[in-house]
Design a protein around this ligand. Sequence first.
Ligand code: PMT
Length: 403
Amino acid sequence: MKKNFSNKEIVLGVTGSIAAYKACELASRLVELGAKVTPALTKSATELVGAASFEGITGRRAVTAMFEPLQNPEVEHIAVAQRADLFLIAPATANFIAKAAHGLADDWLSTTLLATKAPVLFAPAMNTNMYEHPATRENILTLKIRGCTFVGPDAGRLACGTVGPGRLIDPMAILEASAPLLRNQPDLKGKRIVMTSGGTQEPVDPVRYIGNRSSGKMGRAIAMEALARGANVTVIAGHSEAPLPYGALVIPVSTASEMAETAVGLAQECDVFIAAAAVADYRVDAPADTKRKKTGKSLTLTLVENPDVLGLVGAVRQGGQVLAGFAAETDDLIKNAKAKLEKKKLDLIVANEVHSPESGFGTDTTNAAILDRSGHVDKLPLLSKDELAERLLDRVVGLLNRS
Ligand code: PMT
């Protein structure tokens, strides 16, 4: 995702919602991702949050009035409008959304918005009744028809005490929704990616299960990168500590059988299937209905083979689809991965080491190679899982463009 934001010019428009203070966190995350942020506060926003906070975070003067004194030509609204790569209005009030929908230009932000050709994203925040009012709904629809992006709002308890949609969505969701708008070439735009992520849990009894150490970080990295490239992402998610992106459709599952059933059901409608999940090869033959009591003797469990999720998806693969898997290996990395690539009839497999502290389950980095059907082995240096996701999707794009 960092690739999308680095050195990009972003106007962060902050309007007069009680959630205005949350825009500080958004500004900070944008700066962390390498973006150059011009904060622009409407008059009502300055009554809720200080411009100085944004200036300290972004290192740039916050625009707070219609016309800055001429000694600041760089915030001259036309110059900013032309230089912007993205306009982010967060929080976006009902009033500002209405002004934007009707092309009003009575302050710096609305004027500059009218002068820009950059993509525009709104993150609404308002009272539930205001959000659900037909006038607001019509204004949002008008802006969507003109190509603006909306993310949120979230539902929950609002500052005004009501409960319902209207809360500013989490800044992470705003960043995820912004990323594809900044990608110079969203090379997976419109492509449907279905993937598995995280670890399965096979019940022993209602309290215990057989699981594995998958944290879901690799799956999250792939989903984030795919979204940032414009893909439509569905994640069939086993147990995962890593939060999955807001922009993905997440279908939680627990056992390998549930994962298999869901995957086969979705596999035929996707362009790409990626199996990053750590799937248990075995399950307990007869899980107990009640919690097993200690008997003072050893306990024997009979394990039976689980379905091969990726193998079942491969058996129903459609022409033109790309199938990619992972091989979790502790030895003979390339040889074992190659065997799985062939057995499961994959287009690509990521052979990743899972026995060193820097690579595998729960790590932020990974030692891996990418193998393809031609037998080519792309041995990679130690990468972050985000970087590995980029490399893997580069290869997926190459295969999609070839088919
Ligand atoms: O989640 P993290 O903590 O970030 O860790 C990431 C990871 C190490 C889990 C990930 O990079 C990884 O290697 N995932 C695959 C783990 C695994 O099950 O590998 P395997 O070699 O046992 O399986 C080979 C392939 O078949 C995998 O794509 C797997 O998803 C799939 N499989 C395996 C068994 C099964 N019953 N059904 C499957 O679909």
